[in-house]
Structures are given as structure tokens and as C-alpha cells.
Design a protein around this ligand. Structure first.
Ligand code: ADP
Ligand code: ADP
Length: 226
């Protein structure tokens, strides 16, 4: 069963040139898909279209059995983790994690239960009363991931989540993301420039070039060819 299906997905910003020129991609439930490719090849555009922050020019996107082409972002069941954390600076960690759930109309008890569970998974229980400026870069990124987890999305999108971290934290956070993927049985689309990240995290690596998929396969398929 394909959890996400892209068929001849197209995007043009100016109505003339295609930034995405017909993307066909099936992602199975629980699959970890890594998108790689040179700057400007359309990776971020693809993520933004999936979560509904960018309109679709042609083709179709579905999640499960539902075509989501024009569905508002909040109704897609997708959570995105950005490179820059995007935490609300005046809110505590708890409030940051609760915010989206409150907006979605969840009750206080349910919110608390979800945050408690996610905080334990990410080992950030002791940080819940802190403000973002009181956290290290690695802690902030974990909170950003926590904020995505509590929404219990059907699809996680990561846009270069480790690129603001130093080398040691990158390794540690990468291992945590791999563990989360297993624990949550999460379906993930993950953009990176880093070949090690791609090879260690991806079930499938999709190599993009100028708005098209140039190659797709397992890390072994792509990097250990004779
Ligand atoms: P990547 O994430 O692979 O670096 P992007 O999706 O950011 O690629 O960009 C793909 C192409 O689309 C680039 O040529 C970029 O200049 C262009 N582009 C991205 N966002 C916009 C935008 N909001 N308006 C116009 N052009 C854009
Ligand atoms: P408000 O709804 O007044 O903006 P908060 O969003 O800070 O308040 O908190 C809402 C509820 O969430 C509180 O009543 C409290 O029970 C719970 N809560 C807040 N912070 C924590 C925390 N660190 N750990 C557990 N529960 C919390």
C-alpha cells in the first residue's frame, strides 16, 4: 500500500519554466525517503507542495486514498521540521508543543498526554518550562521534532534538520531520528545535502536533478555500484 503517491507532479512559479517537471514517486507506509540533489533542483519546492504551502501546477498528490492537491495545510496530516527550528521565542517548550494542538481544538488533557509521551521519547522532559533561547541548538531541534510528533501526522517532512548543528550533535541527532523512525513506524521524507545522512537514514534515496528524478533506489543500489 502506497502511503504517498505523486503522479506527474509539476510546479512552475512563473508559468514558463518548470521547477518540477513531472515527478512520479510512491512512498510506502513506514518508509524513510531521502531527497538529494544540487541546490535549486526543486527539493524544497516538493516539500512545500506536499504540506500545502505551495500551490500545485499540474499532476496529483495523494496520501492514503485521499487526493490532497488543494487540501488546506492543516487538513493534510503532515508535520514539517525545518532547518531553522521555527520555535515561538516567547513561548515555553511546553507551549510550543501545545500550540498546534490547541489551534486544532484538542482538549487540555489530551494535549498534556501527548506532550508527556513525546517528551519522554525525546528525553526533553526536563526542558518543558524553558524558553527556546535557554536551549542549545540540539535541544531546540529536538523540541521542533517534538512539536511535529505530538500532532501524530501521517507523514513527516524534514528540510535539512541537522545542518545548523555542529558535527557531534549532527551524529547524535541523526541517530535519534533513525530511532524515532523505528519507534513510531513513521513515514518520512527527508531532504539533505549530506551523503552520510542520506545513506544511513534512507530506506530509499531519490536523486533529483533540474526538477526531475534522476535515480531512485536503496543506498546500496545507488552508492555501491561496481
Ligand atoms: P532546492 O531545495 O533543491 O535547492 P528549490 O525548490 O528551493 O530547490 O528551488 C527550485 C527552483 O525554484 C530554483 O530555481 C529556485 O530559484 C526556484 N524557486 C524556489 N522558490 C521560488 C519562489 N518562491 N518563487 C520563484 N522561484 C522559486
Ligand atoms: P494556558 O492555557 O493558560 O495558556 P498553558 O498552555 O501554559 O496555559 O498550559 C495549559 C495546561 O497545560 C496547564 O493547565 C497545565 O496543566 C498544562 N501544563 C503546562 N505546562 C506543563 C508542563 N510543563 N508539564 C505538564 N503540564 C503542563
Amino acid at each position: 500500500m502506497a502511503s504517498v503517491s505523486l503522479k506527474q507532479l509539476r510546479k512552475s512559479y512563473d508559468g514558463k519554466t518548470d521547477v518540477l517537471a513531472g515527478i512520479d514517486l510512491d512512498i510506502a507506509h513506514g518508509e524513510f525517503v531521502v531527497l538529494v540533489g544540487p541546490s535549486g533542483c526543486g527539493k524544497s519546492t516538493l516539500l512545500r507542495m506536499l504540506c500545502g504551502l505551495e500551490s500545485i501546477t499540474g499532476g496529483s498528490m495523494s496520501i492514503g486514498d485521499e487526493v490532497v492537491n488543494h487540501l488546506p495545510p492543516a487538513e493534510r496530516g503532515i508535520a514539517m521540521v525545518f532547518q531553522s527550528y521555527a520555535l515561538y521565542p516567547h513561548m515555553t517548550v511546553y507551549q510550543n508543543m501545545a500550540f498546534g494542538l490547541k489551534v486544532a481544538g484538542q482538549g487540555k488533557a489530551a494535549i498534556k498526554e501527548r506532550i508527556t509521551r513525546a517528551a519522554a521519547t525525546l528525553k526533553i522532559e526536563h526542558l518543558l518550562e524553558r524558553l527556546p533561547r535557554e536551549l542549545s541548538g540540539g535541544q531546540r531541534q529536538r523540541v521542533a521534532i517534538g512539536r511535529a510528533i505530538v500532532r501524530e501526522p501521517r507523514l513527516f517532512l524534514f528540510d535539512e534538520p541537522l545542518s545548523n548543528l555542529d558535527a557531534a550533535l549532527r551524529v547524535q541527532t541523526r541517530l535519534e531520528i533513525a530511532k524515532l523512525h523505528r519507534q513510531l513506524d513513521a513515514t518520512i521524507v527527508y531532504v539533505t545535502h549530506d551523503q552520510v545522512e542520506a545513506m544511513t537514514l534512507g530506506d530509499k534515496i531519490v536523486v533529483m536533478h533540474e526538477g526531475q528524478i534522476q535515480q531512485a533506489g536503496t543506498p546500496l543500489d545507488l552508492y555501491q555500484q561496481p
